[in-house]
Design a protein around this ligand. Structure first.
Ligand code: ZN
Length: 310
């Protein structure tokens, strides 16, 4: 009985031992991010010395993610946690961190990264009030949608990776340099592509594009939501239809997680069109990286603007 037991378990034990040595030899840092955009950037900087996963998917509303036990488990095992911060994930990140009870990734610890550090914020309100359900209390939190901010996010991630693995500092810094150069080239390319459409006005469902507007030069004049996080009301929609007719606007931009009915209703009234942009990496199957995010959105906007002038 004992001999049979040993014969069957010994090889398993050897394999386990071997795998543990292999894993520690590679020194892979386990990075968990709130959003897939942060995952994509962390993968660029961490290269083969990190294993990165995201809690939210790219087609979910990042303000409202349902906490699941599997997310807590993920965080329990993390060496690094990267969050967008401000009040974007206020409803789900703090409870998840609290439940995971991993002291290495709590705010203030070495493995905690608030990616908004040093980001120049837009729409910072002069007074702070959550009246009427405002969910952009500390400034607009959708800052990853300006590719220039991708470089700030990357630096914040690099600092944490270097703190935890100082022997890889040169490797991480070289990855950052490559990422920044690639992004600079693409930022120039996107700006050139969008130049003929400068100051093109449109309507957005949710006020989540000011950073993309600044980067690409279009203007979201008003929103289907009367306030960020408050669903469209009949009076707001009537106001928007009037405004679009008056200003001859015909494009409404939305995100994959907003039900299409409302935006389509408005579009029908003004003979316009709805463009669903990628609000995050993973919003659509072809948007696999942080670079794809802007490639996709630039292409969609150009297609819409070209169609509207015909
Ligand atoms: Zn928002």
């Amino acid at each position: 009985m004992t001999r049979t037991f040993l014969r069957s378990t010994l090889p398993v034990l050897f394999v386990c031992l071997f795998l543990t040595v292999e894993a520690s030899g590679q020194k892979t840092l386990n990075v968990v991010t709130s959003l897939p955009d942060l995952q994509s950037i962390a993968e660029e900087i961490g290269g083969d010395r990190v294993e990165v996963s995201s809690i939210a998917t790219g087609f979910q509303n990042p303000h409202f993610v349902d906490p699941k036990p599997s997310f807590i488990l993920k965080l329990t095992r993390a060496d690094v946690f990267v969050t967008i911060g401000l009040d974007l994930e206020l409803g789900w990140v703090p409870p998840l961190l609290q439940s995971a009870r991993n002291p290495d990734i709590l705010p203030g610890s070495e493995g905690y990264v608030d990616a908004s550090t040093d980001v120049p914020l837009l729409d910072v309100p002069s007074s702070v009030s959550r009246e009427q359900g405002d969910i952009h209390l500390f400034g607009n939190p959708h800052y990853w949608l300006d590719p220039a901010n991708g470089k700030v996010i990357a630096k914040n991630i690099l600092r944490a990776l270097t703190r935890l693995q100082p022997e890889s500092a040169d490797y991480f810094n070289e990855n950052l340099r490559v990422f920044e150069n690639h992004l600079d080239e693409k930022i120039e390319e996107w700006a050139e592509m969008m130049a003929p459409y400068r100051n093109q006005p449109l309507i957005a469902y949710h006020n989540q594009w000011p950073y993309l507007e600044a980067a690409l030069g279009f203007i979201a004049v008003d929103f289907l939501e009367p306030k960020p996080g408050i669903p469209p009301t009949p009076s707001q929609l009537a106001k928007i239809i009037g405004l679009m007719k008056q200003e001859s606007m015909n494009t409404i931009i939305s995100s994959p997680y907003f039900k299409p009915d409302t935006a389509e209703l408005v579009a029908r009234n003004i003979d316009g069109s709805v463009v669903v942009l990628a609000s995050s990496v993973g919003a659509f199957p072809e948007v696999k990286t942080y670079f794809d995010l802007f490639d996709y959105n630039v292409a969609q906007l150009i297609k819409a603007f070209d169609a509207s002038t015909k």
